[in-house]
Design a protein around this ligand. Sequence first.
Ligand code: URA
Length: 227
Amino acid sequence: MRLNAYLARAGVASRRGADELIKAGRVTVNGEQGELNTFVGAGDRVELDGRPLEPQALAYVLLHKPAGVVTTARDPQGRPTVVGLVNHPARVVPVGRLDADTTGALLLTNDGPLAHRLAHPRYGVEKVYEADVQGEPPEEALERLRAGIELDDGPTAPAEARRLGPGRVELTLHEGRKHQVKRMLAAVGHPVMRLHRSRYAGLTLEGLEPGAWRELEPSELDQLRTM
Ligand code: URA
C-alpha cells in the first residue's frame, strides 16, 4: 500500500496529513527516507521521527447517528462530530454522509478500499430513509418519487416509495447525492421535517440507541465485502 495510506492506517494522520509528514522528511522505510510514491509491503519497517509504526487492525463501526452531530472528522465551527462521538481507537471515518439534522445508520471504517466501493454510485448500495413530511403525499406523489424526479443535478434513479403513516414516507434509494431525500420530497411539494436512515447496506439499528455504536459482526462484514 502507499506510504500515506500506511501512515493513515497506523493512526498517525489523515492521508493528506501523512503526505505532509512524508514531505517534511519525517518518515523512513527500512531506514531510507520515504517519498510520496513509496510503496510499503509486508515486512517493511516504517518509522516516524525514528519511532517504529504498526498498521492498525481494520475496524468497522455502525453508529446510530443522533441529530446535531456533523458527519466529518473535524468541524471548523466546532460542532460535535461523528468521529468524536465514536472515539474509536482506530482512525475510522464515515462512509458517505448524513446531514447534521438527519439521524440513523452510519458506517465508519478505516478500510479505505471498502469505504470507496460502498460510497461509489456504481455499486448502488441500498439506503432506506424514513421521512416525516409536511402535508399528506398522495399516491401520485409517491409514483413520481418512484419513477424519478428531475433535480438540478439531473434526474433521480428509480426508487421505492411507500407511505408509513400520516405524514410519513419511506424512501429506498440506491444513490446518495447531497440532500437527496430532502430535495426529492420538496420537489413533490412535501418538504421533510425530520429524516432518519433506518437501514444502510442491509445494516439496521436494532438494539442501538441514538449515539450508540457497535462493531460489525464478521458475517455482516462478509456481506458488505461481497456486495
Ligand atoms: N438525504 C438527505 O436529504 N439528507 C441526508 O442526510 C441523507 C439523505
